[in-house]
Design a protein around this ligand. Structure first.
Ligand SMILES: NC(=O)c1ccc[n+]([C@@H]2O[C@H](COP(=O)([O-])OP(=O)(O)OC[C@H]3O[C@@H](n4cnc5c(N)ncnc54)[C@H](OP(=O)(O)O)[C@@H]3O)[C@@H](O)[C@H]2O)c1
Length: 290
């Protein structure tokens, strides 16, 4: 058995590596954190070399890399550089987890929460705030469940761009862009939907109760915004499957509990092997086991 300490190398795109991610990592079993801020793709090679050329292959599962920060696209480029720099053909690899701004673990928790109560196959699903990091990943996951995904933004062109990008990765997906800056746009987007994910910015009300109340087909409302006021009016942060006005409601704190479990489990898994690489699909698969 290896006696090496479990080292997590935290690569963050922001100036100050996320305190949240550091604390979760320590609580999940990392023993030493090496935290780097302002990481850019061009700085990655020496950081990864430091990780893989120190301990031998037998102990490399005791070293792992976490990639985070608020710039999701940049974090993905950093992940690509990390993967390119590893040398698995010689056993010189470490596991990695990509979770910029908690987007992957949060989207996995949100979609898993709904799937535990409702099949999304054939359902019409609206994602409000769908252009953000979390909303985009929710769309990615539910499109693969056979749902019709309505991805909404205050600007139709922004929603269309995201839909085009998702479609290039998932050609069979049923994706529609929607505009929700106006009440009529919101009503149109909601029409016929069984499930609504509220994935708008923190502290922003994106759906008034008057608009969802009395929609006969609506089954589930899930809101991710924990900063008052709630994103979806009428859904409370602690709601964990409470029926309100005939609709099953899930709030941000209830979903956040599952998000934390997923996040910690993924960190712990990094230290089991040196060839795990967790992105949205792997994290979602992991959520099924919790
Ligand atoms: N519960 C948890 O465990 C947990 C964990 C992580 C994140 N979260 C929450 O999940 C939500 C989504 O996260 P995120 O990082 O994807 O959010 P985000 O990028 O900050 O915002 C998502 C979308 O909201 C829309 N938006 C921004 N400002 C707005 C405004 N003033 N009015 C209306 N819409 C606005 C934008 O879409 P358009 O410009 O296209 O309209 C944006 O793309 C946030 O509320 C976040 O706090 C929860």
């Amino acid at each position: 058995m290896s006696t090496r300490r479990r080292i997590l190398i935290q690569l963050d795109t922001d100036a100050h590596p996320s305190v949240f991610d550091s604390i979760v990592a320590l609580d999940a079993g990392a023993e030493v954190l090496l935290r780097y801020g302002n990481v850019r793709p061009e700085n990655v090679v020496p950081l990864v070399h430091g990780a893989i050329f120190t301990r031998g292959p037998k102990d490399l599962h005791q070293t792992a890399i976490f990639i985070g920060g608020s710039d999701v696209a940049l974090a993905e480029r950093i992940r690509d550089e990390v993967r390119k720099t590893l040398l698995p053909q010689w056993g010189l690899s470490v596991s990695s987890l990509l979770d910029p701004n908690g987007s992957n673990t949060t989207a996995a928790a949100a979609v898993r929460t709904v799937l535990r109560r409702f099949s999304l196959n054939g359902a019409s699903v609206l994602i409000l705030g769908g252009t953000g990091p979390v909303g985009q990943r929710i769309a990615h996951l539910i499109a693969q469940q056979g749902a019709e995904v309505r991805l909404a933004s205050r600007q139709l062109s922004k929603a269309e761009e995201v839909v085009a990008r998702l479609r290039s990765r998932l050609p069979a997906a049923r994706l529609v862009a929607g505009e929700t800056a106006t009440e009529s746009g919101l009503r149109e987007a909601l029409r016929g939907c069984q499930v609504v994910f509220g994935s708008g910015a923190a502290g922003v009300r994106i759906l008034p109760k008057a608009l969802w109340l009395g929609q006969p087909q609506l089954r589930i409302l899930l809101d991710l915004n924990a900063v008052p006021p709630s994103g979806i009016e009428g859904v409370e942060p602690l709601d964990d499957g409470i029926v309100r006005d005939g609709v099953l409601c899930f709030g941000a704190i209830a979903v956040g509990n599952l998000k934390m479990k997923i996040h910690k489990t993924a960190i712990a898994k990094l230290f089991e092997r040196s060839d795990y690489h967790f992105d949205i699909d792997e994290i979602f698969a992991l959520s099924e086991t919790l």
